[in-house]
Ligand binder design. Structure first.
Ligand code: TMP
Length: 222
């Protein structure tokens, strides 16, 4: 059986990546393409527990603890969900992956990105996405969405770090995208409807993976 393809969505908090990941997954599923959608940190029972530890920690996490917990959750997720999905020939769509650790724990938090990459290469057995959609927008625009979403429950620990932190994350992502232009698709995530962004993602997806069988109807659009 043919190996599947691994697609990731990245962006600052509130960038719209969950919406876009779900729209792509729904469209592929409607086209009859075996598709798996998952997220990080999380995606397995254990990794979701690690997610809770990370996002709602009751004490300050040492930077090393944070990097290692993200990598541990990722290792489990790759082992239990992502690699088996790819082995079955599915399109595996993941919200966030190693690039999140490089942007958040590396560029934005001041840990050495090279070291984070090495640790994640170990955690993932060297798994790299075939294609990464980076939804780019200004942190204040993302922030409004985060606050709408969080409502009275407040924000999680990382979102609570604020706009300056989010701008550092954003700049980190832009550096990663510039360094690997062949893998990243940089998308303007502001001042466009979610349908417009989805249509661009769909067109790019079909260009990149012409061998994935989708109906001709799906190839239309702007
Ligand atoms: P989410 O809200 O997109 O599900 O992500 C949860 C938070 O976790 C988000 O603020 C980004 C953060 N995060 C990291 O800092 N490093 C990572 O490696 C991952 C996967 C997420």
């Amino acid at each position: 059986m043919k190996q599947g393809v691994f697609i990731t969505f990245e962006g600052i908090d509130g960038s719209g990546k969950s919406t876009q990941a779900q729209m792509l997954a729904a469209r592929l599923t409607a086209e009859g393409v075996p598709t798996l959608i998952t997220r990080e940190p999380g995606g397995t029972v254990l990794a979701e527990k690690i997610r809770d530890l990370l996002l709602f920690a009751e004490e300050d996490l040492a930077p090393e603890t944070e990097v290692l917990l993200y990598a541990a959750a990722r290792a489990q997720h790759v082992h239990k969900v992502i690699r088996p999905g790819l082995a079955r020939g599915a399109v595996v769509i993941c919200e966030r992956f190693t690039d999140s650790s490089l942007a958040y724990q590396g560029f934005a938090s001041g840990n050495d990105p090279e070291l984070i990459l090495k640790m994640n290469t170990f955690a993932t057995g060297g798994l790299v996405p075939n294609l990464t959609f980076l939804l780019d927008l200004k942190p204040d625009q993302g922030w409004c969405r985060v606050q709408e979403r969080s409502g009275s429950e407040g924000t999680d620990r990382i979102e609570a770090k604020g706009l300056i932190f989010q701008e550092k994350v954003r700049q980190g992502y832009l550096q990663l995208a510039a360094a690997e232009a062949g893998r990243f698709c940089l998308l303007n995530g502001s001042d466009r409807t979610k349908e417009e962004i989805h249509q661009q993602i769909w067109t790019l997806f079909l260009e990149k993976f012409p061998f994935i069988p989708v109906g001709n109807e799906g190839k239309g659009g702007s």
